[in-house]
Design a protein around this ligand. Structure first.
Ligand code: ADP
Length: 166
């Protein structure tokens, strides 16, 4: 499918979605006619939520946005872009440490799909410390994660952590 540069995607693990993710998704959606949030259904990553659960959480949280579609995808996201005529991939960057990794990833993705433009969007300052991995650890030790994630995620994390620690 021919790429449209009015259509973007924001891929990630979202395990679980954080306020930082939601912020970058909502800011990206303002810029494009359509934004796909692509939940990576990656067999190699050790996720605490299934791709379906992560997709469901994002769908609920983002239900007010008509131009956002949440999908889960197993495979290379550059292929998802090719199949769906997506011209732009957005990646959020929090700190300089993110940049090195993201830059290399962008180089690889450009080699795999030359028509896909990768753009980096800096985090909003209030979210720059938010990481899904830290949230999982905090939840496992019973810390209050409610300032960092949407209410639905607090609820889903609570149930999951209880199951994991039983
Ligand atoms: P991945 O496993 O692909 O890094 P993540 O779920 O960690 O997926 O992140 C998905 C996207 O959201 C990435 O582009 C990441 O940089 C961005 N992101 C994650 N947390 C934040 C945050 N606090 N502020 C801005 N962007 C973020």
């Amino acid at each position: 499918m021919k790429p449209s540069y009015n259509v973007a995607m924001l891929p990630g693990s979202f395990d679980p979605p954080t306020n930082g993710h939601i912020d970058i998704i909502e800011r990206s959606a303002i810029l494009y006619n359509k934004l796909f949030v692509v939940v990576a259904d990656n067999v190699q990553k050790n996720c605490i939520f299934t791709a379906e659960e992560r997709k469901h959480m994002l769908e609920q949280i983002l239900s007010g946005h008509k131009n956002i579609e949440v999908v889960s995808y197993r495979g290379l996201v550059v292929e998802f872009a090719r199949e769906n005529g997506i011209g732009v991939m957005i990646r959020g960057v929090r700190a300089l440490v993110d940049f090195g990794y993201e830059f290399e990833l962008a180089m690889t993705n450009k080699q795999l799909n030359e028509s896909l433009e990768v753009l980096f969007m800096p985090t909003s300052p209030k979210y720059f410390q938010l990481r899904s991995s830290a949230i999982k650890e905090m939840a496992a030790y019973g810390a209050d994660i409610s300032p960092m994630v949407p209410p639905l995620v607090v609820q889903m994390m609570g149930n999951r952590v209880k199951l994991l620690t039983q």
